[in-house]
Design a protein around this ligand. Structure first.
Ligand code: SF4
Ligand code: SF4
Length: 127
């Protein structure tokens, strides 16, 4: 058991220490480099080899051909385990892990993201 005198010293010390926690979500936390967050897809780089689909352990990504050398990605963020295997497998750097992690939505359907050349800039979930 800690003696009262020692306890008071510890309490006083902790008053002047920087808190170990942050006031999230009011204070945003910068994720470390190589953080594996929400995927970004670059349709203009994609060659439709489907390696990302084959290597995905949770069937979370589907690449579809929509025209001559044109592809879109359907990513199910509810299934994705953010392992970044698809990023490693892609021979054209058409997939990238971002630092985005605040992905909560009200419905599962909102977690199905379709990324094409048209939606690439927003990459917001298709509702
Ligand atoms: S990060 Fe992992 S789980 Fe998510 S789509 Fe890529 S391979 Fe699949
Ligand atoms: S692995 Fe890369 S290039 Fe191949 S289909 Fe997937 S995103 Fe496109």
């Amino acid at each position: 058991m800690i003696r009262p005198g020692r306890m008071i010293i510890q309490v006083l010390r902790s008053l002047f220490k920087k808190p170990a926690t942050s006031l999230y979500p009011f204070v945003k936390t910068e994720m470390p480099d190589k953080f594996r967050g929400k995927l970004k897809y670059y349709p203009e780089k994609c060659i439709g080899c489907m390696l990302c689909m084959k290597d995905c352990p949770s069937d979370a990504i589907v690449i579809k051909k929509v025209g001559e050398k044109k592809y879109i990605a359907e990513i199910n963020l509810a299934r994705c385990i953010y392992c970044a295997q698809c990023v490693d497998s892609c021979p054209k750097d058409a997939l990238e892990s971002t630092k985005e992690f605040e992905l909560a939505k009200l419905t599962r359907d909102q977690l199905k993201v379709v990324i094409s050349e048209e939606t690439q800039s927003s990459s917001e979930p298709k509702t």
